[in-house]
Design a protein around this ligand. Sequence first.
Ligand code: NAD
Length: 335
Amino acid sequence: MKVKVGINGYGTIGKRAATAVGQQDDMEVIGVTKTRPTFEAKVANDLGLPLYVPDGSAEAFKAAGIKVAGTIKDMYKKADIIIDCTPGKVAEAYKQEYSEAGVKGIFQGGEDHSLTGISFNASANYKESWGAQFSRVVSCNTTGLIRTLYPLDKKYKIQNVFATLIRRSADPGDSKNGPINAIEPSLKLPTHHGPDVQSIMPWLNIQTMAVKVPTTLMHLHTIMVRLSSEVSTDDIIALWKRTPRVKLVKGKDNVRSTAQIMELARDLGRTRSDMYEIIVWEDGVKVVGDTLYFYQAVHQESDVIPEIVDCVRSMCKIEENASASMKKTDKAMGI
Ligand code: NAD
């Protein structure tokens, strides 16, 4: 029997989660929620996804010609698990509702680790969410850092990491918040990204800084890692070539910027032009002495999506083996 998944918040992450869940053969989307009768609510109707809305707002949807299946609370009754994709910091109240309805809940990186006490990354700690009622898939940037650093630490033992995150100012569909015509440093230092990585790798010595820049496409990280031993550049590249959801590209092949990475995603025919993998520039990886330098790019709208699918499998006890779940997810999503 398929696990029944409800999606609360059908925005950037929610609509991608709905597509990815729908591509799996062991889970199905039983409904999505919208708070207002927008074009996305109409698309949900067109795609045949049952649409659930806040108490008292059904009339507004009906007036806009949009079919409504019930209230958000009605959706809980049909679901085994809710993927909460509401904007950061509104999930606290929903957690209470999911608890009362006896339904599981996956939260996103906009929430603090303390909301759930468990954070998720498929490669690093799949088992920690096994059977859990609540878990949190870490943010796009944290997912990016863990994808490359976890295998590196496991194989070569990291002494410390220093990373600067060059962040997109808004998502492409967001004309309200940007893009900004400025470069804006995060002044609260070190930034929260290091501690967020530690919610999954508590032993890792990592410090981060961040700046926001006028782009919508992707984030880019510049990373320096002190390793415990001297390792060659080729060894590191070989390791990441074997690492799931990490993709190496070359400047030499004319993949020089986030613009070409997005073009590559389009050329690969990816759904919504998404790039689920963390992109590392092979000719931008360099070891000098015990220090590794590299750049990586993160497609903020989509890198967490395969992680969300694996988190459903761990929490609903569908597949015990992390790498088996990851392979299944990736195959279904065309990664
Ligand atoms: P979004 O604004 O694109 O989508 C949020 C959706 O929730 C919208 O459809 C909105 O209408 C709906 N919503 C708003 N208030 C609601 C409420 N009270 N109840 C139900 N639905 C409500 O946001 P997003 O970018 O998809 O972010 C969702 C979560 O994912 C956040 O925690 C965010 O930090 C995290 N996240 C975002 C990104 C990214 O770059 N966009 C990447 C990784 C994780």
